[in-house]
Design a protein. Structure first.
Lengths: 263, 187
């Protein structure tokens, strides 16, 4: 049942702070959960309270030692093993069959173990490789998240973003260069360029003191967008992209300019 | 609004494929924060290690229970790990503290996640008046009740409640700084 409350009064009462700290009673919790569904303002308020508490908790962050990570993973393996064991205890007939099968199983395992020593060591190598790959996958996932965050951050910085708009040759084309003069880094963000014809490549140019400076060629694979760090040049006045013979040219083909944008 | 939507989406993606990988991801992403909090609650290194291990195993067991509509990843993990540490301390010392087991999951909701890599912002948190730091420390991290804190610090219960609200407001001001920065970046 919906209950009407004075939002400001409710917020001022401090009950949400108490709730976030886990100091409210079960009855109060139930009431708050219902109110949160009804009033987005309360949810927003609570989000901010929880956010501030997270901030507080994170001030104490310290590196978790590797041995502890190893212990956690071993603990999980044990949990899995005991879970499998308890599943196996559910049916007495099946258990009976299992006991009968144990000697056969042991014999088979010993036989196979003897016959496949080489395979076993190969398996160990594969297992190690797999663990390394798995670990790399997790690291890459983290790196990917960080990259995405960096990209979002860069894309959000309008003050450093130079829009390269399509020329009459290709009005739909569109790209941007993120030009960070403080960190002395720059990135190319291609959002729309026509597919590259065979034996051709796009080439990026910076205009410095009125002269084009080659910033390298790049490919657009499978029509996908491009986001990459590019060579930083100081004092750039503009950036442009032209379509050039594969490998690029020393100077741009002006009639093949697809996008251009000034600072 | 969630600053770390990417973390959440990556976690959900991993969880849908392999919960072990999802756990490892969480361990890498939030392990340091959790380890820091537990070390704050439990000074004995061995016991703190046990609490972290037990807490992460609980996270692994309940990983499919996490619902992003009800809690942020951090809040969800923090509640499990913190309660595990408090319970372990209680088991060890029989110290009378409030049980936080009931309603753990009901007590969660979305929260603003802040990426606290910025040392400057952390410094601001650390500059919080020690009397407020201590209060949040005792209640939020160590699970003391308000009455226990009032007794411990020899303060009236009403003062404890007022100070908690003031402390959270101060923290929110620091967080607001992050959010404004984020909003400026998005402009």
């Amino acid at each position: 049942m919906n209950r009407k409350i004075d939002i400001q009064e409710y917020i001022q009462s401090g009950i949400l702070e108490q709730y976030a700290l886990g100091l409210t009673t079960v009855e109060q919790n139930n009431e708050i959960v219902e109110l949160l569904k009804q009033y987005p303002e309360l949810q927003k308020e609570l989000n901010e309270i929880e956010g501030s508490l997270e901030l507080f908790a994170k001030q104490y962050a310290k590196p978790m030692p590797d041995y502890l990570k190893g212990r956690i993973l071993k603990g999980i393996e044990k949990e899995k093993a005991s879970s499998n064991e308890s599943k196996g205890n559910g049916n007495s007939f099946l258990n009976y069959l299992m006991y009968l099968a144990i000697p056969v199983l042991i014999f088979s395992v010993v036989y196979l173990w003897k016959a496949n020593k080489d395979n076993e060591s190969e398996l160990l190598i594969q297992k190690t490789n797999f663990q390394q790959l798995e670990s790399k996958f997790v690291q890459d996932s983290l790196a990917l998240v960080e990259c995405r965050e960096q990209v979002n951050e860069l894309r959000g910085r309008e003050q450093n973003r130079i829009l390269l708009k399509g020329t009459p040759k290709s009005p739909q084309s569109f790209a941007a260069v993120y030009y960070d003069t403080i960190a002395k880094r720059s990135y190319l963000d291609v959002m729309n360029l026509p597919p590259v014809p065979p034996q051709k490549q796009y080439q990026l140019w910076a205009i410095v003191s009125g002269k084009p400076v080659d910033l390298g060629v790049f490919d657009i694979i499978n029509d996908k967008k491009v986001f990459k760090e590019i060579k930083f040049v100081g004092q750039a006045q503009a950036f442009a992209i032209t379509l050039e013979p594969y490998g690029g040219q020393a100077s741009p083909s002006m009639d093949q300019m697809y996008v251009i944008g000034g600072i | 609004m969630a600053i770390q939507d990417n973390t959440l989406s990556r976690f959900l993606e991993l969880r849908s494929k392999d919960k072990d990988l999802a756990l490892k991801f969480l361990m890498e992403r939030y392990g340091d924060s959790m380890y820091g909090v537990v070390s704050r609650i439990i000074t004995d290194t061995n016991l703190a290690d046990d609490a972290i291990q037990e807490g992460f195993i609980k996270i692994w067991k309940n990983i499919s229970e996490f619902n992003p509509e009800r809690a942020s990843l951090f809040t969800w993990m923090f509640t499990i790990v913190k309660n595990t540490a408090i319970d372990l301390t209680r088991r060890e010392s029989n110290r009378k503290i409030q049980s936080l087991d009931s309603g753990v999951y009901d007590n969660m909701s979305n929260s603003v996640e802040a990426n606290i890599s910025d040392v400057g912002l952390m410094q601001k948190v650390k500059q919080l008046d020690p009397k407020y730091q201590e209060l949040i420390d005792l209640i939020y991290l160590k699970g003391y009740t308000q009455q226990e804190v009032a007794d411990l610090l020899d303060l009236p219960l009403g003062t404890v409640k007022t100070r908690i609200n003031t402390a959270i407001k101060m923290l929110r001001n620091v967080l607001a700084g992050i959010v404004i920065l984020f909003m400026l970046l998005l402009k």
